[in-house]
Design a protein around this ligand. Structure first.
Ligand code: DQA
Length: 147
């Protein structure tokens, strides 16, 4: 079975609590439930990980890439700062799809810097938690095409 790592960066565990006008009302638990649903629907195996710590995200990717076919990642604030995260994604060379809940292109200048975008095969933003479904779907189709 196709195995996809679904990785979330800092503060994504506060979904439904943090800036609901930006990130939506849906809770982090609702995101986890959605992932369960998508997993059953698409017949893919999703391994989910969230951390508020940059190095833990790097460690998780290093520890799990060999058993994985692709990555869906919302690096959250590390999108805009983390060369370490970009470097590990480049190192493990797994097809990677980027997700953002909010509309990054319409937000502050500091969010226009994005270290992950050029590496990602596709990006989804401004769709709330539904973006994860789109991203997983996209990655599944891409991996299937690659054979
Ligand atoms: C985010 C956007 C980032 O700028 C922010 O730091 C986040 C979440 C999003 O999903 O819209 O924490 O990645």
């Amino acid at each position: 079975m196709m195995r996809i790592l679904v990785i979330n960066g800092p503060n994504i565990n506060l979904l439904g609590v943090r800036e609901v006008e930006v990130y939506g009302q849906e809770s982090y638990q609702a995101l986890l439930d959605l992932l369960d649903q998508v997993q059953a629907e698409l017949g893919v195996e999703l391994t989910h990980f969230q951390s508020n710590h940059e190095g833990d995200l790097v460690d998780f990717i290093q520890a799990n890439y060999q058993d994985a076919d692709g990555i869906v990642i919302n690096p959250a604030a590390y999108t805009h700062t983390s060369i370490a995260l970009l470097d590990v994604l480049k190192a493990v060379e797994l097809p990677t799809v980027e997700v953002h809940l909010s509309n990054l292109s319409k937000r502050e200048d500091f969010r226009q810097v994005n270290y992950v975008r050029d590496f990602a095969i596709q990006s989804f933003e401004n769709l709330g938690i539904a973006g994860y479904r789109k991203a997983i779907n996209y990655l599944r189709d891409y991996l299937e095409e690659q054979g």
